[in-house]
Design a binder for this molecule. Structure first.
Ligand SMILES: Cc1cc2nc3c(=O)[nH]c(=O)nc-3n(C[C@H](O)[C@H](O)[C@H](O)COP(=O)(O)OP(=O)(O)OC[C@H]3O[C@@H](n4cnc5c(N)ncnc54)[C@H](O)[C@@H]3O)c2cc1C
Length: 171
């Protein structure tokens, strides 16, 4: 039992990616990978186990840490769970095409992916909500300065996720 626990602890250390040749550690490269991805998957702690939802997002890097913004209805299961525990996991990926082989075991998938943990909070400051919404818009339209009506912001929850750990892999 003790060995199982220490093995689990070791396996969650980012420095232990088995395929070192596929690991991406350069922050600029990771930022470029994130910029090219469409969906973030947010994993939360529910009473009966993990709860995961796909969401649209925007991102920025501040003081060497990624911040992700997501928007949502103001109620629902994820909002409730984030209120109960700010500690979350996240994942983003992009499949870059199937590589065919002659035998079944020679097939493989090209991909890039980012996973990590962080602290998620529903933000309440009006200016920060506007910024978060604009970062989401910017991610998909390459334009930041959208007008967002105040009534829309009032009825929208903006989730801010601050990176704690991150790892990236490309194949
Ligand atoms: C590509 C993509 C982008 C999305 N972008 C956004 C976004 O930017 N903002 C946003 O709010 N939502 C987005 N959604 C929808 C999102 O995944 C959730 O469905 C939504 O946010 C509601 O989550 P909730 O926890 O409040 O669910 P609730 O409405 O509280 O529902 C609870 C239950 O419904 C089921 N459920 C909820 N969501 C899903 C789902 N996506 N698939 C299957 N079962 C589900 C689960 O069993 C869950 O326990 C997106 C979905 C996809 C696929």
């Amino acid at each position: 039992m003790h060995d199982d626990i220490s093995l689990m602890a070791k396996r969650t250390d980012n420095s232990l990616m088995r395929r070192k040749d596929r690991e991406v550690t350069d922050r600029e490269e990771i930022a470029a990978m994130i910029a090219g991805m469409d969906t973030i998957r947010l994993a939360m702690n529910a009473e009966d186990g993990p709860y995961i939802v796909p969401l649209s997002f925007g991102a920025e890097e501040v003081d060497g840490r990624f911040i992700f913004y997501m928007h949502s209805a103001i109620s629902g299961r994820k909002i409730e769970l984030i209120g109960l525990s700010h500690s979350v996991g996240f994942e983003l990926d992009k499949a870059n095409g199937l590589v065919a082989g002659k035998e079944a075991c020679e097939f493989s998938m090209r991909y890039q992916s980012v996973i990590g943990t962080g602290i998620a909070r529903v933000i309440t400051d009006g200016q920060e909500k506007l910024h978060g919404m604009r970062k989401i818009m910017e991610h998909y339209t390459s334009r930041y300065d959208w007008d967002i009506p105040e009534a829309v912001l009032t009825h929208t929850a903006i989730i801010r996720l601050d990176e704690e750990e991150i790892s990236a892999k490309r194949y």
